[in-house]
Design a protein around this ligand. Structure first.
Ligand SMILES: [Zn+2]
Ligand SMILES: [Zn+2]
Length: 400
Protein backbone atom coordinates (compact mmCIF):
# COMPACT_ATOMS: atom_id res chain seq x y z
CA UNK A 1 0.00 0.00 0.00
CA UNK A 2 2.79 2.39 0.93
CA UNK A 3 4.63 1.90 -2.33
CA UNK A 4 1.39 2.66 -4.20
CA UNK A 5 0.99 5.92 -2.31
CA UNK A 6 4.58 6.85 -3.07
CA UNK A 7 3.98 6.05 -6.72
CA UNK A 8 0.95 8.26 -6.67
CA UNK A 9 2.98 11.16 -5.31
CA UNK A 10 5.53 10.74 -8.06
CA UNK A 11 2.73 10.43 -10.53
CA UNK A 12 1.20 13.68 -9.35
CA UNK A 13 4.54 15.43 -9.97
CA UNK A 14 4.77 13.79 -13.35
CA UNK A 15 1.31 14.96 -14.35
CA UNK A 16 2.18 18.53 -13.30
CA UNK A 17 5.29 18.43 -15.47
CA UNK A 18 3.12 18.16 -18.60
CA UNK A 19 1.36 21.47 -18.14
CA UNK A 20 3.16 23.25 -20.99
CA UNK A 21 2.74 20.34 -23.33
CA UNK A 22 -1.00 19.94 -22.81
CA UNK A 23 -1.50 23.69 -23.30
CA UNK A 24 0.62 23.71 -26.48
CA UNK A 25 -1.35 20.78 -27.92
CA UNK A 26 -4.65 22.44 -27.09
CA UNK A 27 -3.59 25.70 -28.73
CA UNK A 28 -2.48 23.89 -31.86
CA UNK A 29 -5.89 22.21 -32.19
CA UNK A 30 -7.59 25.50 -31.38
CA UNK A 31 -5.77 27.17 -34.26
CA UNK A 32 -6.79 24.37 -36.65
CA UNK A 33 -10.41 23.49 -35.85
CA UNK A 34 -12.20 20.99 -38.08
CA UNK A 35 -15.91 20.25 -38.37
CA UNK A 36 -17.40 16.88 -37.46
CA UNK A 37 -16.32 13.97 -39.76
CA UNK A 38 -13.67 16.26 -41.29
CA UNK A 39 -11.14 16.02 -38.46
CA UNK A 40 -8.42 14.90 -40.92
CA UNK A 41 -5.55 16.99 -39.60
CA UNK A 42 -6.53 16.42 -35.96
CA UNK A 43 -6.66 12.65 -36.50
CA UNK A 44 -3.24 12.68 -38.14
CA UNK A 45 -1.70 14.66 -35.28
CA UNK A 46 -3.22 12.30 -32.70
CA UNK A 47 -2.19 9.20 -34.64
CA UNK A 48 1.38 10.41 -35.08
CA UNK A 49 1.67 11.33 -31.40
CA UNK A 50 0.41 7.92 -30.22
CA UNK A 51 2.54 6.01 -32.73
CA UNK A 52 5.63 7.96 -31.65
CA UNK A 53 4.92 6.76 -28.11
CA UNK A 54 4.77 3.17 -29.37
CA UNK A 55 0.99 2.97 -29.02
CA UNK A 56 -0.57 1.15 -31.98
CA UNK A 57 -3.61 2.85 -33.51
CA UNK A 58 -6.53 1.96 -35.67
CA UNK A 59 -8.82 4.21 -37.74
CA UNK A 60 -12.58 3.98 -37.30
CA UNK A 61 -15.37 6.00 -38.92
CA UNK A 62 -12.69 7.61 -41.13
CA UNK A 63 -11.35 10.27 -38.77
CA UNK A 64 -11.71 8.36 -35.49
CA UNK A 65 -8.47 7.16 -33.90
CA UNK A 66 -8.32 4.30 -31.41
CA UNK A 67 -5.12 3.57 -29.48
CA UNK A 68 -4.51 0.54 -27.31
CA UNK A 69 -2.20 0.27 -24.31
CA UNK A 70 -1.83 -3.39 -23.38
CA UNK A 71 -0.95 -4.12 -19.77
CA UNK A 72 1.68 -6.70 -18.87
CA UNK A 73 -0.98 -8.90 -17.26
CA UNK A 74 -4.34 -9.93 -18.69
CA UNK A 75 -7.32 -8.18 -17.21
CA UNK A 76 -10.19 -5.86 -17.88
CA UNK A 77 -10.30 -3.15 -20.54
CA UNK A 78 -11.19 0.42 -19.74
CA UNK A 79 -12.18 2.91 -22.45
CA UNK A 80 -11.25 6.60 -22.15
CA UNK A 81 -12.87 8.91 -24.65
CA UNK A 82 -12.11 12.36 -26.09
CA UNK A 83 -14.09 14.11 -28.84
CA UNK A 84 -12.27 16.10 -31.54
CA UNK A 85 -14.81 18.10 -33.56
CA UNK A 86 -15.24 21.87 -33.75
CA UNK A 87 -18.32 23.96 -34.58
CA UNK A 88 -19.52 26.18 -37.46
CA UNK A 89 -18.99 29.31 -35.33
CA UNK A 90 -16.98 32.41 -36.27
CA UNK A 91 -14.45 32.93 -33.47
CA UNK A 92 -14.50 36.30 -31.68
CA UNK A 93 -12.20 35.61 -28.71
CA UNK A 94 -9.28 37.69 -29.95
CA UNK A 95 -6.85 35.00 -28.70
CA UNK A 96 -3.47 34.95 -30.44
CA UNK A 97 -4.05 31.31 -31.28
CA UNK A 98 -7.52 31.96 -32.72
CA UNK A 99 -8.97 29.79 -35.46
CA UNK A 100 -7.18 29.96 -38.79
CA UNK A 101 -10.12 28.21 -40.41
CA UNK A 102 -12.71 30.98 -41.00
CA UNK A 103 -16.19 30.17 -39.74
CA UNK A 104 -15.02 27.14 -37.77
CA UNK A 105 -14.15 27.28 -34.09
CA UNK A 106 -13.41 25.04 -31.14
CA UNK A 107 -16.27 26.58 -29.15
CA UNK A 108 -17.04 23.55 -27.00
CA UNK A 109 -13.61 22.69 -25.55
CA UNK A 110 -13.00 19.55 -27.61
CA UNK A 111 -9.53 20.92 -28.45
CA UNK A 112 -8.78 20.59 -24.74
CA UNK A 113 -10.34 17.13 -24.57
CA UNK A 114 -8.11 15.83 -27.36
CA UNK A 115 -4.98 17.33 -25.78
CA UNK A 116 -5.86 15.93 -22.34
CA UNK A 117 -6.26 12.37 -23.54
CA UNK A 118 -3.06 12.53 -25.61
CA UNK A 119 -1.00 13.56 -22.58
CA UNK A 120 -2.77 10.99 -20.41
CA UNK A 121 -1.81 8.35 -22.99
CA UNK A 122 1.81 9.45 -22.78
CA UNK A 123 1.82 9.02 -19.01
CA UNK A 124 -0.15 5.77 -18.97
CA UNK A 125 2.09 4.17 -21.59
CA UNK A 126 4.96 4.38 -19.07
CA UNK A 127 2.95 2.30 -16.61
CA UNK A 128 2.03 -0.51 -19.02
CA UNK A 129 4.31 -3.01 -17.27
CA UNK A 130 2.39 -2.48 -14.04
CA UNK A 131 -1.06 -2.73 -15.57
CA UNK A 132 -3.43 -5.66 -15.26
CA UNK A 133 -5.62 -5.15 -18.32
CA UNK A 134 -5.85 -2.71 -21.19
CA UNK A 135 -6.58 0.92 -21.87
CA UNK A 136 -8.47 1.83 -25.01
CA UNK A 137 -7.97 5.46 -26.03
CA UNK A 138 -10.84 6.65 -28.17
CA UNK A 139 -10.52 9.91 -30.12
CA UNK A 140 -13.99 10.37 -31.52
CA UNK A 141 -15.16 12.44 -34.50
CA UNK A 142 -18.40 14.39 -34.83
CA UNK A 143 -19.67 14.40 -31.25
CA UNK A 144 -21.90 17.40 -31.94
CA UNK A 145 -24.04 15.30 -34.31
CA UNK A 146 -23.29 11.63 -33.94
CA UNK A 147 -19.96 9.84 -34.00
CA UNK A 148 -19.92 7.36 -31.12
CA UNK A 149 -22.70 5.33 -32.70
CA UNK A 150 -20.70 4.70 -35.86
CA UNK A 151 -17.52 3.80 -33.97
CA UNK A 152 -19.53 1.26 -31.99
CA UNK A 153 -20.93 -0.14 -35.23
CA UNK A 154 -17.34 -0.50 -36.44
CA UNK A 155 -16.41 -2.46 -33.33
CA UNK A 156 -14.77 0.02 -30.94
CA UNK A 157 -16.18 -1.88 -27.96
CA UNK A 158 -14.66 -5.21 -29.11
CA UNK A 159 -11.13 -6.64 -29.45
CA UNK A 160 -10.51 -6.42 -26.57
CA UNK A 161 -14.02 -6.19 -25.21
CA UNK A 162 -14.56 -3.01 -23.19
CA UNK A 163 -15.63 -3.44 -19.53
CA UNK A 164 -16.11 0.21 -18.59
CA UNK A 165 -16.14 3.62 -20.33
CA UNK A 166 -15.32 7.02 -18.95
CA UNK A 167 -15.66 10.42 -20.56
CA UNK A 168 -15.09 14.01 -19.57
CA UNK A 169 -16.19 17.48 -20.60
CA UNK A 170 -14.49 20.75 -19.71
CA UNK A 171 -17.41 22.89 -18.57
CA UNK A 172 -17.48 26.69 -18.47
CA UNK A 173 -20.68 26.77 -16.42
CA UNK A 174 -18.82 25.16 -13.51
CA UNK A 175 -16.12 27.17 -11.74
CA UNK A 176 -12.48 26.29 -12.42
CA UNK A 177 -11.17 23.78 -9.90
CA UNK A 178 -14.55 22.21 -9.29
CA UNK A 179 -15.85 18.94 -10.64
CA UNK A 180 -19.47 18.11 -11.50
CA UNK A 181 -20.50 14.51 -11.00
CA UNK A 182 -23.68 12.69 -10.10
CA UNK A 183 -25.46 9.39 -10.71
CA UNK A 184 -28.58 9.12 -12.85
CA UNK A 185 -29.57 11.19 -15.90
CA UNK A 186 -27.10 14.08 -16.28
CA UNK A 187 -27.55 15.27 -19.85
CA UNK A 188 -30.56 15.72 -22.08
CA UNK A 189 -31.92 13.56 -24.81
CA UNK A 190 -31.92 15.62 -27.96
CA UNK A 191 -33.87 15.35 -31.20
CA UNK A 192 -33.43 17.74 -34.10
CA UNK A 193 -36.70 18.68 -35.77
CA UNK A 194 -37.18 19.91 -39.32
CA UNK A 195 -40.66 21.14 -40.07
CA UNK A 196 -42.06 22.49 -43.32
CA UNK A 197 -45.48 24.13 -43.23
CA UNK A 198 -46.93 24.11 -46.72
CA UNK A 199 -49.55 26.62 -47.97
CA UNK A 200 -50.01 28.49 -51.22
CA UNK A 201 -48.34 31.74 -52.23
CA UNK A 202 -50.13 34.81 -53.50
CA UNK A 203 -50.35 38.61 -53.64
CA UNK A 204 -50.05 40.16 -50.20
CA UNK A 205 -52.99 42.45 -50.96
CA UNK A 206 -55.33 39.45 -51.19
CA UNK A 207 -54.32 36.87 -48.59
CA UNK A 208 -57.73 35.23 -48.71
CA UNK A 209 -56.90 34.00 -52.21
CA UNK A 210 -53.67 32.40 -51.03
CA UNK A 211 -52.95 30.05 -48.12
CA UNK A 212 -50.46 31.86 -45.95
CA UNK A 213 -48.33 29.43 -43.90
CA UNK A 214 -46.73 32.21 -41.82
CA UNK A 215 -49.50 32.69 -39.18
CA UNK A 216 -49.69 28.90 -38.84
CA UNK A 217 -45.92 28.67 -38.30
CA UNK A 218 -46.05 31.52 -35.78
CA UNK A 219 -48.81 29.69 -33.93
CA UNK A 220 -46.72 26.53 -33.72
CA UNK A 221 -43.79 28.44 -32.20
CA UNK A 222 -45.86 30.00 -29.42
CA UNK A 223 -48.03 26.94 -28.74
CA UNK A 224 -44.97 24.69 -28.46
CA UNK A 225 -43.74 26.81 -25.56
CA UNK A 226 -46.81 25.92 -23.53
CA UNK A 227 -46.10 22.18 -23.83
CA UNK A 228 -43.25 22.45 -21.40
CA UNK A 229 -45.34 24.01 -18.64
CA UNK A 230 -48.99 23.24 -19.33
CA UNK A 231 -48.62 19.62 -20.35
CA UNK A 232 -45.25 18.59 -18.96
CA UNK A 233 -44.34 19.35 -15.36
CA UNK A 234 -41.84 22.17 -15.01
CA UNK A 235 -39.96 19.75 -12.76
CA UNK A 236 -39.31 17.51 -15.80
CA UNK A 237 -36.90 19.69 -17.75
CA UNK A 238 -38.01 20.08 -21.38
CA UNK A 239 -36.90 22.65 -23.95
CA UNK A 240 -38.35 23.18 -27.41
CA UNK A 241 -36.24 25.74 -29.24
CA UNK A 242 -36.66 27.05 -32.79
CA UNK A 243 -33.29 28.14 -34.17
CA UNK A 244 -34.23 28.81 -37.76
CA UNK A 245 -37.43 29.97 -39.48
CA UNK A 246 -37.34 30.81 -43.18
CA UNK A 247 -40.22 31.43 -45.56
CA UNK A 248 -40.01 31.69 -49.32
CA UNK A 249 -42.14 34.84 -49.44
CA UNK A 250 -41.07 38.46 -49.72
CA UNK A 251 -42.44 41.83 -48.57
CA UNK A 252 -45.25 41.81 -51.09
CA UNK A 253 -45.57 38.11 -51.90
CA UNK A 254 -47.09 35.64 -49.51
CA UNK A 255 -45.02 32.55 -48.83
CA UNK A 256 -45.95 29.11 -49.99
CA UNK A 257 -43.74 27.34 -47.43
CA UNK A 258 -42.12 28.04 -44.08
CA UNK A 259 -39.13 25.91 -43.10
CA UNK A 260 -38.42 25.64 -39.39
CA UNK A 261 -35.59 23.92 -37.56
CA UNK A 262 -34.87 23.43 -33.93
CA UNK A 263 -34.22 21.05 -31.10
CA UNK A 264 -36.29 19.18 -28.60
CA UNK A 265 -34.48 18.37 -25.37
CA UNK A 266 -35.58 16.59 -22.24
CA UNK A 267 -34.27 14.13 -19.72
CA UNK A 268 -34.99 10.58 -20.67
CA UNK A 269 -38.26 9.57 -19.10
CA UNK A 270 -38.26 5.92 -20.14
CA UNK A 271 -41.55 6.27 -22.00
CA UNK A 272 -40.51 6.47 -25.65
CA UNK A 273 -43.69 4.88 -26.88
CA UNK A 274 -46.33 6.56 -24.77
CA UNK A 275 -48.45 9.47 -26.01
CA UNK A 276 -46.99 11.53 -23.14
CA UNK A 277 -43.51 11.56 -24.62
CA UNK A 278 -42.36 15.11 -25.57
CA UNK A 279 -41.74 14.00 -29.16
CA UNK A 280 -45.27 12.61 -29.48
CA UNK A 281 -46.79 15.71 -27.90
CA UNK A 282 -44.89 17.96 -30.29
CA UNK A 283 -46.05 15.97 -33.31
CA UNK A 284 -49.66 16.07 -32.07
CA UNK A 285 -49.45 19.83 -31.60
CA UNK A 286 -48.02 20.44 -35.09
CA UNK A 287 -50.63 18.17 -36.59
CA UNK A 288 -53.49 19.93 -34.78
CA UNK A 289 -52.38 23.46 -35.57
CA UNK A 290 -51.77 22.68 -39.23
CA UNK A 291 -55.21 21.07 -39.44
CA UNK A 292 -56.77 24.16 -37.84
CA UNK A 293 -55.09 26.38 -40.46
CA UNK A 294 -55.78 23.94 -43.29
CA UNK A 295 -52.07 23.53 -44.03
CA UNK A 296 -50.04 20.52 -45.10
CA UNK A 297 -46.78 19.81 -43.31
CA UNK A 298 -43.70 17.58 -43.20
CA UNK A 299 -42.15 16.91 -39.81
CA UNK A 300 -38.90 15.07 -39.44
CA UNK A 301 -37.55 14.19 -35.99
CA UNK A 302 -33.92 13.15 -36.11
CA UNK A 303 -32.30 11.56 -33.07
CA UNK A 304 -29.04 13.32 -32.17
CA UNK A 305 -28.14 12.04 -28.74
CA UNK A 306 -29.79 10.15 -25.96
CA UNK A 307 -29.69 11.11 -22.28
CA UNK A 308 -26.40 10.38 -20.56
CA UNK A 309 -27.21 8.32 -17.49
CA UNK A 310 -24.35 7.69 -15.06
CA UNK A 311 -24.55 4.42 -13.19
CA UNK A 312 -24.26 4.54 -9.44
CA UNK A 313 -21.36 2.09 -9.05
CA UNK A 314 -19.21 3.99 -11.56
CA UNK A 315 -19.96 7.32 -9.87
CA UNK A 316 -19.04 5.83 -6.48
CA UNK A 317 -15.81 4.50 -8.00
CA UNK A 318 -14.96 7.97 -9.35
CA UNK A 319 -15.78 9.66 -6.05
CA UNK A 320 -13.94 7.19 -3.85
CA UNK A 321 -10.98 6.10 -5.95
CA UNK A 322 -10.31 8.68 -8.65
CA UNK A 323 -11.28 12.25 -7.72
CA UNK A 324 -9.53 12.31 -4.30
CA UNK A 325 -6.19 12.10 -6.15
CA UNK A 326 -6.54 15.61 -7.53
CA UNK A 327 -9.56 17.42 -6.12
CA UNK A 328 -10.83 18.07 -2.63
CA UNK A 329 -14.22 16.48 -1.83
CA UNK A 330 -15.65 19.93 -1.08
CA UNK A 331 -15.03 20.88 -4.72
CA UNK A 332 -17.12 18.03 -6.11
CA UNK A 333 -20.70 19.06 -6.80
CA UNK A 334 -23.74 17.38 -8.33
CA UNK A 335 -24.39 18.62 -11.87
CA UNK A 336 -26.79 17.98 -14.71
CA UNK A 337 -27.86 19.93 -17.81
CA UNK A 338 -29.92 19.58 -20.98
CA UNK A 339 -27.02 19.72 -23.43
CA UNK A 340 -26.73 16.72 -25.73
CA UNK A 341 -23.72 14.38 -25.59
CA UNK A 342 -23.32 11.19 -27.55
CA UNK A 343 -21.19 9.57 -24.84
CA UNK A 344 -24.60 8.07 -24.03
CA UNK A 345 -23.98 5.65 -26.91
CA UNK A 346 -21.22 3.98 -24.88
CA UNK A 347 -22.70 3.85 -21.39
CA UNK A 348 -26.42 3.74 -22.10
CA UNK A 349 -27.26 2.52 -25.57
CA UNK A 350 -24.46 -0.07 -25.67
CA UNK A 351 -24.84 -0.74 -21.95
CA UNK A 352 -21.16 -0.52 -20.95
CA UNK A 353 -20.94 0.66 -17.32
CA UNK A 354 -19.33 4.04 -16.84
CA UNK A 355 -19.62 7.68 -16.01
CA UNK A 356 -19.31 11.12 -17.58
CA UNK A 357 -17.64 13.84 -15.56
CA UNK A 358 -17.66 17.65 -15.89
CA UNK A 359 -14.37 19.45 -15.20
CA UNK A 360 -15.06 23.04 -14.21
CA UNK A 361 -13.22 25.57 -16.40
CA UNK A 362 -15.24 28.74 -15.75
CA UNK A 363 -13.28 31.74 -14.50
CA UNK A 364 -14.79 35.21 -14.80
CA UNK A 365 -11.48 37.02 -14.41
CA UNK A 366 -10.00 35.04 -17.29
CA UNK A 367 -13.17 35.39 -19.37
CA UNK A 368 -13.77 31.64 -19.55
CA UNK A 369 -17.28 31.73 -18.15
CA UNK A 370 -19.10 32.25 -21.47
CA UNK A 371 -21.49 29.55 -22.65
CA UNK A 372 -20.37 26.66 -24.81
CA UNK A 373 -20.94 27.19 -28.56
CA UNK A 374 -20.68 31.00 -28.15
CA UNK A 375 -18.20 32.88 -30.35
CA UNK A 376 -16.34 34.18 -27.28
CA UNK A 377 -16.16 30.78 -25.54
CA UNK A 378 -12.78 29.89 -24.05
CA UNK A 379 -11.42 27.48 -21.48
CA UNK A 380 -9.23 28.05 -18.45
CA UNK A 381 -6.06 26.23 -19.48
CA UNK A 382 -5.10 25.77 -15.83
CA UNK A 383 -7.82 23.12 -15.66
CA UNK A 384 -6.46 20.95 -18.48
CA UNK A 385 -4.32 19.01 -16.02
CA UNK A 386 -7.45 18.12 -14.05
CA UNK A 387 -8.65 16.36 -17.16
CA UNK A 388 -5.31 14.60 -17.60
CA UNK A 389 -5.42 13.51 -13.95
CA UNK A 390 -8.96 12.26 -14.35
CA UNK A 391 -8.01 10.00 -17.27
CA UNK A 392 -4.77 8.77 -15.70
CA UNK A 393 -6.20 7.93 -12.28
CA UNK A 394 -9.36 6.43 -13.75
CA UNK A 395 -7.34 3.96 -15.81
CA UNK A 396 -4.82 3.13 -13.08
CA UNK A 397 -7.45 2.70 -10.38
CA UNK A 398 -9.78 0.70 -12.60
CA UNK A 399 -7.04 -1.73 -13.60
CA UNK A 400 -5.48 -1.97 -10.15
ZN1 LIG B 1 -20.86 21.14 -27.87
ZN1 LIG C 1 -18.92 19.32 -26.29
Amino acid sequence: MESTLLNMELLEKEIQSYKDEVIALRRDFHRHPELGTQEFRTAEVVEQYLNDLGIPTQRMYTTGVVGLIKGAKEGKTVLLRADMDALPVHEETGLDFSSENPGVMHACGHDGHTAMLMVAAKILKKYENELTGNIKLVFQPNEEEEGAKFMIEEGVLENPKVDASFGVHLWSQIESGKVGLQAGPIMGEMFIFRLTVKGKGGHSSAPHEAKDPVPCAANIVTAAQTLQTREISVLDPTVIAFGKIISDGSYNALASTVNMEGTLRYVYDGSDDTPQHPRKRFRRLVDGICAAHDMEYDLELVPSSYSVINDEASVDFMKENVLPHFVDASQVQPYSCLAGEDFSEFINRAGVPGAFVFIGTGNKEKGTHYPHHASNFDIDEETLLNGVSLHVYTALEFLK
